[in-house]
Design a protein around this ligand. Structure first.
Ligand SMILES: Nc1nc2c(ncn2[C@@H]2O[C@H](COP(=O)(O)OP(=O)(O)OP(=O)(O)O)[C@@H](O)[C@H]2O)c(=O)[nH]1
Ligand SMILES: [Mg+2]
Length: 440
């Protein structure tokens, strides 16, 4: 499954402003239910599409953020989460609705939140067939109403906007044009393995345990293979039997190690292999089996470097922060995908076991799937350990990192944490290929 970098467009506004109407106009189908009942959209509705002249996009239609009560605050939390992870926030404003309500405070809070999270913002004034007539009855004009709404917004003259009747198909063109103008400038994602050169082979070490799904390889493994083949780099695939490799029977363990060593030597000695890229959970074996002169790193470090836009340093600092963990400190283990968890699952079994052994008395919580604590809840943690994030978008991963930064919580990932357990030299070793690149 290729990783498609989609532009994420979020649709926000007060109840009944016409958000779902906009969703359906953009996707050109009845994606979201449109109804005059206030609060029709509850959960965030997501649709993927190709927008001509823009490319692949994901559109998020959210609930109105101004609903009261318990359900209202649950809907609001979902909408704010969508705001954090979109690239561009479209704020749908019905100027009649705002003027009649007497205050543009809902629009103001969305504008402020977009600014606080550094999201690009554009305004869509939804002008209905009867908007002008209703305003005229109150002695106001459309221009008055629009100006009234704009006063509430940060940088109000600079925010791009359109006025359109969203129930009219003819509004599609100006809408796409607005998105084109307002979308943030693209920064190219960093290369997957930027230090690789078209010379020696790269060995991908894929041990496959009982959790490995059959019928396919994992996404990071496929991505690495594709990247290396494009680079004309020879790729060696190798599977260790972890049970044998870790066996207390020295002869069995030695035999498994020597099987790996003969594989490496088949490439013509250490000069023939420019990197061993391993599943992080096998770092305990690889750190000894891979000769020191061959660079060694892990799939999950590769993934987090790309997902974090090259800011691997942040995660290295998070790993260093694990040195300061003491009894009673809380650690959050976060995993972005949902899978059924087997006995030796990395997030629920391996890392907690090693962490408790390394720091007796440490407390561990988990966050799985799409849910992620807000900065207030996060501030109780001393460190967060995140998975490679291969199943969530770059934007969603970045939103999590921002939440952690806001809460002042150092963050690291599975690969770095598993290397940290093996000691400072091993941690430095798996980071070295990435550091070299920055110096050179
Ligand atoms: N005439 C006209 N009606 C519109 C327009 N936009 C929305 N409506 C109507 O306004 C009502 C609410 O529209 P929705 O698109 O469901 O609004 P929403 O913002 O998604 O509402 P919630 O999900 O309840 O927050 C529906 O009855 C729509 O038919 C428009 O541009 N022109
Ligand atoms: Mg709706």
């Amino acid at each position: 499954m290729p990783r498609i970098d989609r532009l994420v467009i979020g649709i926000f506004g007060r109840i009944n402003a016409g958000k779902s109407t906009l969703m359906n106009l953009l996707t050109q189908q009845y994606t979201s239910i449109v109804d005059s009942t206030p609060g029709t959209t509850s959960d965030t509705k997501s649709a993927v599409m190709e927008i001509h002249s823009i490319g692949p996009a994901r559109i998020l239609d959210t609930a109105g953020i101004d609903e009261g009560g318990d359900l209202g605050s649950k809907k609001r939390a979902k909408a704010w989460a969508a705001l954090e992870e979109c690239d561009l926030a479209l704020l749908v404003i019905d100027p009649v609705q705002v003027l009649l309500s007497g205050s543009p405070e809902v629009e103001e809070s969305i504008g402020n939140a977009a600014r606080r999270h550094g999201r690009s913002l554009a305004l869509v004034f939804n002008i209905r067939a009867d908007s002008e007539r209703i305003l005229a009855e109150r002695g106001a004009t459309l221009a008055d109403a629009v100006e009234f709404c704009r006063t509430a917004l940060p940088d109000r003259t600079a925010v791009p906007s359109i006025m359109a009747d969203l129930s009219d198909q003819a509004s599609l063109h100006p809408l796409v044009d607005l998105i084109t103008r307002a979308r943030p400038a693209e920064d190219a994602p960093p290369q997957l393995l930027p230090f690789i050169r078209p010379r020696g082979a790269v060995v991908l070490h894929i041990p496959m345990d009982e959790e490995t799904p059959s019928g396919r390889l994992l996404r990071p493994q496929e991505m690495a293979m594709e990247y290396l083949l494009r680079m004309m780099v020879p790729v060696g695939l190798y599977r260790t039997d972890l049970r044998l490799g870790r066996s207390s029977d020295a002869a069995l363990a030695a035999a498994e190690r020597s099987r790996f060593e003969s594989f490496l030597s088949a490439f013509g000695g250490s000069g023939g292999v420019q990197l061993v890229l391993t599943d992080s959970q096998a770092i305990d074996l690889m750190k000894d089996w891979v000769p020191k002169e061959i660079p060694l790193t892990t799939f999950s470090i590769m993934m987090i470097n790309q997902t974090a836009g090259g800011d691997l340093d942040l995660f290295a600092r998070g790993a260093a922060a694990m040195d300061g963990l003491r009894a009673g400190d809380r650690v959050l283990i976060a995993e972005a995908c949902n899978h059924d968890r087997m006995a030796e699952d990395i997030g629920t079994a391996q890392i907690p076991r090693k962490l408790k052994a390394a720091v007796p008395g440490v407390e561990i919580d988990h966050a799985f799937g799409r849910e992620f604590p807000d900065p207030r809840e996060l501030s109780r943690y001393s460190v967060a350990v995140h998975c490679g994030g291969c199943m969530i978008s770059r934007q969603a991963a970045a939103a999590r990192v921002r939440r952690l930064a806001e809460a002042g919580v150092p963050v690291t990932n599975y690969g770095l944490a598993l290397s940290w357990f093996e000691g400072p030299e091993v941690l430095a070793r798996v980071l070295e290929p990435w550091v070299e690149r920055r110096d050179g």
